[in-house]
Design a protein around this ligand. Structure first.
Ligand code: AFP
Length: 322
């Protein structure tokens, strides 16, 4: 191994309140525990369905429930956390103590359909400052611009933790001894790309702008874009966004006509906002439609859905122009 800084050494040098650093330590520790369970797979007894559905009417996997419980218990036990909210819980949970300042929202296991096929999954989290040590759901409904930290753990070929506290984006890799090591000190998204990520099976349902944007990409060097594009889709936003942070690209989950009353598939508070904070901090754009920033959305509900178009800045501008 090299003399790369540890997570703790890096955190000690970050300009942030001690309470926020404690929240990040709890999240890092908990994600390392979840990584162990994911890596154990069938041997950890975590594969398969839990037999329940969540508030969004989606079938819960065992690992969704286990990861949710691990995160909830660890965060609510910390004296600096005032409350938590999760994709897997109908309502927010205040801490039993009344000393906490921070609100944490999370998608405990993003990409659940990948669990049983041994494909990448992750944990996404968003941290806000609370208004009260005994918060109600209304305290959580703050625009993403107010996040004080956000990040994700990706349980892939390597387990990585990617974080922002509003001063750039850093990445850590989980070492064999269970510690996080700083491996990606300053992650930047290239402004240009030839790669897009979208679930093409929904093409016939998209609105005109997205149809035109993707059609132009598919025409490649013979079309108006004058270059050939590549497509990737991992079916776990955490892995698709990670690829964009590593080498550029755009990711779209647009509004579509299947359920026109729903703004989109992805959830604002624990998917859109944290990923948007990371993407903007890495120099990319994170929008609803190519133009309006996700971070400026004023939330109305904990499980609110939004359309998403994010990634390499110049390519997001092409989505807006289509
Ligand atoms: P879960 O959070 O329920 O696991 O869903 C994953 C996800 O919201 C997001 O991570 C993926 O990008 C998207 O769903 C995949 O959706 P498709 O089913 O359309 O591929």
């Amino acid at each position: 191994m090299t003399d790369r800084p540890s997570f703790d050494a890096h955190l000690a040098a970050v300009q942030a309140p001690d309470g926020l650093k404690t929240v990040l330590e709890v999240l890092a520790q908990t994600c390392a525990e979840i990584s162990d369970l994911v890596a154990g797979g069938a041997l950890s007894g975590v594969l398969g369905a839990s037999g329940a559905v969540n508030v969004q009417d989606e079938e819960q996997k065992k690992l969704d429930v286990i990861a949710n419980d691990i995160l909830t218990d660890a965060l609510l036990a910390s004296p600096v956390v005032a409350g938590v909210g999760s994709e897997e819980m109908d309502v927010t949970q205040p801490a039993a103590h009344a000393t906490g300042e921070y609100l944490v929202m999370f998608d405990p296991l993003d990409g659940s359909s990948n669990i049983d096929i041994n494909a990448p999954v992750g944990t996404i989290f968003s941290v806000l400052k609370g208004f009260s040590p005994t918060p109600t759901e209304a305290d959580f409904l703050q625009p993403g611009r107010r996040q004080v930290a956000a990040g994700y753990a990706l349980y892939g070929a390597q387990t990585m933790l990617v974080l922002t506290t509003g001063a750039g984006v850093t990445g850590f890799t989980l070492a064999a001894d269970g510690s996080w090591v700083l491996t990606h000190p300053d992650i930047r998204i290239p402004a240009d790309t030839k790669e897009f990520a979208i679930n093409m099976s929904n093409q016939r349902h998209w609105a005109g702008g997205v149809q035109r944007y993707i059609a132009a990409c598919l025409e490649g060097a013979d079309g108006p874009r004058g270059k050939n594009f590549n497509m990737r889709w991992v079916a776990a936003m955490v892995a698709d966004v990670h690829r964009i942070l590593m080498r550029g690209g755009v990711f779209l989950y647009p509004w579509d006509r299947r359920e026109p009353e729903k703004a989109g598939k992805l959830r604002l508070m624990y998917e859109g906002n944290p990923m948007a904070f990371l993407v903007e901090q890495a120099g990319g754009k994170a929008t609803l439609d190519g133009v309006a920033s996700i971070l400026d959305v004023v939330p109305e509900r904990l499980h609110q859905r939004i359309p998403v178009a994010l990634g390499s800045a110049n390519e997001v501008d092409q989505i807006a122009a289509a």
